[in-house]
Design a protein around this ligand. Structure first.
Ligand code: G3H
Ligand code: 13P
Ligand code: ZN
Ligand code: NA
Length: 283
């Protein structure tokens, strides 16, 4: 059955590695995540955003995850990525998600704390783990200057206060990463991460990790990151392969001939990421 993310992160903390959290939108990507994790003997987190749930339907997402977890020889979690309302998080819990993120990062601090605590009160009762966000991670497409981006980063003292007031299971922090494709190379604020980690004794989550160089990811893991979110790199591998196949065989009309190779390309990139995170062989 699906396991809470907190179980996986507790072991990751003991072993000083990170668990990959991969976004899924369709059956091929679900299968790719599981196949990659099986091949690497790695615990894995499948996560669905509000957009993914809207696209595939919550019943399909949870059904695919359940089948995946039943058949898999590795631990699998199903996690809501960037849940923003209490109602939506409740819907995911009712449908069988084993973990949720409540992203109150756009709210004033005390409101973020209140919302996170309301979610925790329910999640605790049913054994679902909770990730919160403090600081604004944002997107690569957001037109934000470097200094402005820095102003949106997680304040270490605020993180300490937030964790004391909530007792949340894990915390997503803004330390220089962004969602989507980077134009240049992202600069991570490791000093900030170290400070956060020295004040906060729970697993740290790194969002926007596609496009972050492997050595930067490894340094972040050494400094306490235990969950690494990857979406964009899977999309790129998947759609690039679709384009390649269609360019080569413009008359192809069998979706399997297009999506099959795309799935294989997704498996490859996910396996590479798992090895960077050090979760291979940890299942
Ligand atoms: O956090 C962002 C994830 O990449 C999900 O993106 O909202 O387009 O599904 P999405
Ligand atoms: P990327 O798309 O940049 O990998 O970010 C994924 C993410 O953080 C999902 O929450
Ligand atoms: Zn994210
Ligand atoms: Na990114």
């Amino acid at each position: 059955s699906l396991v809470p993310v907190s179980d996986l992160l507790r072991k990751a903390e003991e072993g000083k590695y990170a668990v990959g959290a991969f976004n899924c939108n369709n059956m091929e990507i679900v299968q790719a995540i599981i196949a990659a994790a099986e091949a690497e003997k790695a615990p894995v987190i499948m996560q669905a955003s509000q957009g993914a749930i809207k696209y595939a339907g919550i019943d399909y997402i949870t059904a695919m995850a359940r089948v995946a977890a039943e058949k898999a020889s590795i631990p699998v979690a199903l996690h809501l990525d960037h849940g923003t309302s209490f109602e939506q998080v409740m819907q995911c819990i009712r449908h069988g998600f084993s973990s949720v993120m409540i992203d109150g990062s756009k709210l004033p601090l005390e409101e973020n704390i209140d919302l996170t605590n309301r979610v925790l009160a329910v999640a605790r009762a049913v054994g679902v783990s909770v990730e919160a966000e403090l600081g604004k991670i944002g997107g690569t497409e957001d037109d934000i200057s470097v200094t402005d981006r820095e102003a949106l980063m997680t304040d270490p003292e605020e993180a300490k206060y937030f964790v004391e007031k909530t007792g949340v299971d894990s915390l997503a922090v803004a330390i220089g990463t962004a969602h989507g494709r980077y134009k240049g190379e992202p600069k991570l604020d490791f000093e900030r991460l170290q400070k956060i980690r020295s004040l906060v004794n729970i697993p740290i989550v790194l969002h926007g990790s596609s496009g972050v160089p492997d050595d930067a990811i490894k340094t972040a893991i050494e400094l306490g990151v235990r969950k690494v979110n990857i979406d964009t790199n899977i999309r790129e591998a998947f759609v690039d392969k679709c384009r390649e196949v269609l360019a080569k065989y413009p008359d192809e009309i069998d979706p399997r001939k297009v999506l099959g190779p795309a799935k294989e390309a997704a498996i490859e990139i996910i396996r590479e990421k798992i090895r960077v995170f050090g979760s291979n062989g940890k299942a």
